[in-house]
Design a protein around this ligand. Structure first.
Ligand code: ADP
Length: 481
């Protein structure tokens, strides 16, 4: 089976969040199931130079127009880059300039990605023609829309929602510039509150829809989390499912991680203590042996619930614990954490940066990782935390609820707990969770058991890959397009 993934980011080429990890891991996870998945991405600055054996190709778009694509390999992935320098070759991030403002032509940039994706889906590239299209998030949302309205049909499309908070909504008068006919502007088309909705269009036209955890799938059908798309998702009913993300067990392996000063494994945890010391040294922290080192690795946004931290920090410090934070994002939250570090030298340390190797050391050196998200489609840092023996302290929402076994009385008694859960959006609940972690940490046999459970948790891709393969097969058999 051949599958074309269409996405705006993909590890190891370009990453701003968990979407990139998932897009980058799925082809390798699906290969043993007989799926040949190639990933179509924009050729952002410098990306083409990182492909092995780059091969330029031309994709006809009709009316004599042509798109340029560069095919090649990167880290075992088969990648297709849409080579349109005027749209993608510029300094800054994929979605924003260096000042943090959205690129003003994001509609054209991601419409073009989807337009080229639809053309390749329909007619193939160099003799390779996909049986299935897998479109990720709003940036790829127009792929099934172009297939329907411009290409006149094509292979079935799975649209995956990684975060419904990002919807890609643009003014209605952009429709013609996007190359879409007026008939696409219907309530069962791209129309969304009077604008053009890229994700909305994708959800309306895709053959199937998935999101990245079963709990988030349920949450998305209600008004609290659906962000205006709950009615559509309820309407799609059985076409909509949740498939839990996994993590790349090779890239995230404490026994073989080049980013760590010391490697370790469940049967030999000495290295974890060395990493703990190294992390404390890096952040200038003075640790106590009987109190945990909490870490945070996160985009700093409202979604992640990190504005609750000031209210719970006094309790954390009273218990003798320390906190190390790696994160970047909203200026107010960056200031909040910088202020906490300045007020509590030796106890709270902050790096305002995006630093992939350091994110590995955070998981390896941390005793517990705080993830108090208000909503969390799947979340990856709690999975990395379990694999690295950093006990996840998570809000009971979305994929966090699906991937952590709470250290409540039953979980502890049965000896199956892998983390600590609390109600989302509540400082009191988070404070209580921090006390629970400190109590558990002070009981070494209980802590060691929990850490061993966490490190043994099945967090790889096998289950999800089998589920995607089954879904693709079902789509091919159903073939409603
Ligand atoms: P989201 O996609 O909402 O940001 P996820 O938990 O799904 O949340 O994925 C976040 C990914 O980004 C993880 O791989 C995490 O390690 C990484 N990450 C987040 N912030 C940073 C940072 N400041 N430095 C390095 N990696 C980060």
């Amino acid at each position: 089976m051949k599958a074309l993934a269409v996405a705006s980011e993909c590890v190891p080429l370009i990453k701003t969040g968990g979407l990139a990890d998932v897009v980058g891991a799925l082809p390798g996870a699906l290969a043993p199931f007989g799926v040949d998945m190639r990933v179509l991405l924009p050729a952002y600055s410098g990306l083409a130079a990182r492909l092995r054996e780059p091969r330029p190709a031309t994709v006809p778009l009709g009316d004599g127009a042509e798109a340029q694509v560069i095919a090649g390999d990167c880290g075992g992935l088969s990648v297709l880059l849409v080579d349109a320098p005027a749209l993608y070759d510029r300094p800054g991030g994929p979605y924003q300039n260096a000042a943090g403002q959205d690129w003003p032509d994001n509609d054209l940039r991601y419409a073009y990605l989807a337009r080229v994706g639809a053309a390749i889906a329909r007619r193939g590239l160099g003799g390779w023609r996909p049986d299935i299209v897998h479109a990720h998030d709003w940036q790829a949302g127009l792929t099934p829309v172009y297939l329907r309205h411009v290409e006149g049909g094509g292979p079935p499309v799975l649209m995956t929602i990684h975060n419904i908070a990002f919807q890609g909504v643009f003014p209605a008068d952009r429709l013609a510039a996007l190359g879409l006919p007026a008939e696409a502007m219907r309530t069962d088309g791209v129309e969304y509150w009077g604008g053009v909705g890229f994700l909305k269009g994708g959800l309306a036209y895709a053959d199937r829809i998935s999101t990245v955890s079963p709990t988030y799938a349920r949450e998305l059908t209600g008004p609290e989390f659906g962000m205006g798309l709950e009615g559509l998702l309820r309407h799609r009913g059985e076409d909509f499912c949740g498939i839990l993300n996994g993590i790349d067990l090779a890239a995230w392996n404490p026994a073989d991680d080049p980013a760590l000063p010391a490697r370790y494994a469940p049967d030999d945890m000495a290295g974890k203590a060395v990493n703990r010391e190294a992390l404390a040294a890096r952040f200038g922290l003075t640790l106590r042996a009987d109190a945990p080192l909490f870490v945070i690795v996160s985009r700093l946004t409202q979604q992640k619930g990190l504005d609750l931290l000031p209210a719970v920090l006094p309790a954390l410090l009273e218990r003798g614990a320390c906190l190390a934070v790696l994160g970047a994002g909203e200026p107010a939250l960056e200031r909040q954490f910088a202020g906490a570090a300045a007020a509590h030298p030796g106890r709270v340390g902050v790096e305002t940066a995006y630093d992939e190797p350091l994110s590995h050391l955070m998981q390896a050196g941390g005793d517990a990782i705080l993830i108090p998200s208000r909503f969390e489609p799947c979340g990856l840092t709690q999975l990395y935390g379990q694999r690295y023996g950093a006990i996840p302290v998570v809000a009971r929402t979305g994929g966090l609820a699906d991937t952590v076994v709470d250290a409540n009385v039953a979980g502890l008694r049965a000896g199956v707990a892998t983390g600590v859960m609390h109600a989302p959006g509540s400082a009191d609940a988070l404070r209580q969770a921090i006390h629970t972690v400190c109590d558990l940490f002070a009981d070494p046999p209980v802590w060691a058991r929990m850490r061993a459970n966490a490190m043994a948790a099945a967090v790889g891709w096998e289950t999800a890959a089998a589920a995607y393969k089954a879904l693709f097969a079902d789509m091919l058999a159903g073939g409603r397009r």
